[in-house]
Design a protein around this ligand. Structure first.
Ligand SMILES: CC(=O)CC(=O)SCCNC(=O)CCNC(=O)[C@H](O)C(C)(C)COP(=O)(O)OP(=O)(O)OC[C@H]1O[C@@H](n2cnc3c(N)ncnc32)[C@H](O)[C@@H]1OP(=O)(O)O
Ligand SMILES: NC(=O)C1=CN([C@@H]2O[C@H](COP(=O)(O)OP(=O)(O)OC[C@H]3O[C@@H](n4cnc5c(N)ncnc54)[C@H](OP(=O)(O)O)[C@@H]3O)[C@@H](O)[C@H]2O)C=CC1
Length: 290
């Protein structure tokens, strides 16, 4: 494997492009508008510069990593890639449309991976002519820091595809864990109901935003409180995952908190939009009042 295209230059796509380039692969980073591509490249630049400032990398290494990443708004270079990793918005229709298009562009040998947090790998794979060469490669946020890659086998994923993606994750310095294709996989089946429950605590007036976070940080030693983490993930992504769990299992225990629904409707998407359970501005993070 030599060339990888990452589609979606948001927080996950830019991180995936960075770790792929750090591992020596040639990377195309594609988004629908150039300003999103530039924003993604800017984030990578920023974190590599931080590594240089901390003495973990030289300027030359940084330049070499950046030199391996080509930003683009064009999907056509996917035809020259051995693997496409999709990291666009957590929306089934958007992902299906993208994979249909990629399937037309790419030769049969190209592997497809989705970084989806919860959507069925089997269903995404089924719109392509290569369900055996389709897999879930679920990185954690922030990608350059987190050790885990959840590798999700769709019903038709071949052993060869699995073995290649497992090796790739290892080459990127990550620890792959094999998981089967059920709603939310393991990571978000366990994590997201906890975040949703934290939102219910605020919604029901049991405690304020900061208090809920402090309980989990100091009481359970979580590095971030659940509401800070939900803002960090993106509230739109959290809501999409809860909806996949709710619809996938038809179990009311997965109903999304109405406050989460309302905040997403208002455009309060967390850190990426400047406002979620906290307001992010020059004063730092100020908890929302209820
Ligand atoms: C939704 C899904 O489908 C799946 C998911 O991803 S769920 C989310 C999973 N992620 C988590 O749970 C993250 C929980 N939070 C944490 O682990 C930590 O708060 C954190 C690693 C994000 C930040 O750690 P911190 O100690 O609070 O802050 P900070 O000191 O700024 O950062 C720690 C290190 O991470 C690095 N870092 C932080 N964010 C980074 C980023 N986006 N990219 C690269 N490096 C980053 C920093 O450079 C720093 O490294 P050094 O100390 O070596 O310089
Ligand atoms: N956030 C997290 O903690 C994690 C997220 N994930 C998953 O990763 C994926 C991306 O999430 P995240 O990076 O947080 O989301 P972001 O909102 O940060 O980024 C998504 C990016 O994809 C772009 N995009 C949308 N449609 C297309 C398209 N058709 N082609 C190319 N680019 C497109 C978006 O552009 P625009 O802004 O115009 O919509 C945006 O730049 C989702 O599936 C999510 O569930 C997985 C692990 C963790």
């Amino acid at each position: 494997m030599q060339r990888i295209m990452v589609v979606g230059a948001g927080q996950m796509g830019s991180g995936i492009a960075q770790v792929a380039a750090q591992a020596g692969y040639q990377v195309y980073l594609r988004d629908i508008e150039d300003r999103f591509v530039q924003r993604g490249l800017g984030v990578i630049e920023k974190f590599l510069s931080r590594d240089v400032a901390k003495g973990r990398r030289t300027e030359e290494e940084k330049a070499a990593i950046l030199g391996r990443i080509t930003g683009t708004v064009d999907l056509a270079p996917a035809a020259q890639c051995d693997l496409v990793i999709e990291a666009i918005v957590e929306n089934l229709e958007a992902k299906l449309a993208l994979f249909r298009e990629l399937d037309q562009i790419c030769p049969e040998t190209t592997l497809f991976a989705s970084n989806t947090s919860s959507l069925p790998i089997t269903q995404l794979a089924a719109v392509t002519r290569r369900p055996d060469r389709f897999i879930g490669m679920h990185f954690m946020n922030p990608v350059p820091v987190m050790q885990l890659v959840e590798v999700i086998r769709g019903i038709a994923t071949s052993d060869e595809t699995y073995a290649r993606i497992r090796s790739l994750a290892e080459a990127m310095g990550k620890t792959p864990v094999e998981v089967n294709d059920f709603p939310g996989f393991v990571s978000n089946r366990v994590l997201m109901p906890m975040l949703n429950e934290a939102m219910f605590c605020v919604y029901e007036g049991i405690a304020g935003v900061e208090e809920v976070d402090t309980v989990m940080k100091l009481g359970m030693n979580h590095p971030m409180g659940p509401l800070t983490l939900a803002d960090f993930i993106g509230l739109d992504t959290c809501l999409s995952i809860m909806n996949v769990l709710y619809e996938g299992f038809k179990d009311p225990k997965y109903r999304p908190c109405p406050l989460l629904v309302q905040m997403v409707q208002a455009g309060y998407l967390g850190r990426k939009s400047g406002r979620g359970f906290y307001i992010y501005d020059e004063n730092g993070a100020t908890p929302m009042k209820r």
